[in-house]
Design a protein around this ligand. Sequence first.
Ligand code: ADP
Length: 247
Amino acid sequence: MSESSILQCNEVTVAFDGFKAIQGMSLHLRKGELRFLIGPNGAGKTTMLDVICGKVKPTAGTVTFKQSIDIAKKKEHQIAELGIGRKFQAPSIFPSMTVFENLEIAMRQKRGVFTVLFARMKAEERERIERQLEMIGLQDKADWRAGGLSHGEKQWLEIGMMLLQEPEVLLLDEPVAGMTDKETDKTGELLIEIARQRSIVVVEHDMEFVRNFASKVTVMHEGKLLKEGSMEEVQGDDRVAEVYLGK
Ligand code: ADP
């Protein structure tokens, strides 16, 4: 196991009432890696994220976080506390509160658990939020009601909220779905910036986005690993072309 390994899923199988949604799937993630998980509908991508965050328990296989923590049997909230954050497609923000307040609430939740609620904000906490606002490009909209943001901005706000909880691994489900081209590019740049410090797994259908921002891609098909490598390697693979890219 390499020293820079942060997450290792080995030979994971998931069966729903006997139907194997995932069969012997392995996924190894290094620290600071931005990994794209692609594949046709029903390939098992979302289920794989569900396994990592503890929403779904594998019927076989192991999931190891930070080289020694066996998380396959841990509860979802325990996995969140350990530092694995999950973002679903629909943003879960508080629409009637301001952007700043949303970030403040997130900062006070340490990985899903409220620590100090409505405590007076210290100057360094305010600065942390301001830095976060800048990173997600919403510094001019701190006082906006979150419900009034564009679709893309809501997604960035939610990513900012996740980051304030300091996850080491972020799991993102189609983060650019419904975004404009400009928002999509901005999101790609944001993910690259985040991956300087953290590791990210992105389930994605938007192949142009993947082409533009992926350095390493994992392709799943029928619950199994079909191919892993650079976008060029993946695109040049006949089996991938056959099942997924429609060539
Ligand atoms: P993808 O994200 O690649 O589209 P999913 O992980 O959502 O694929 O689904 C993989 C397979 O598992 C699909 O055939 C899907 O119908 C099935 N599946 C997913 N979740 C459940 C569930 N909770 N119960 C039964 N079958 C499920």
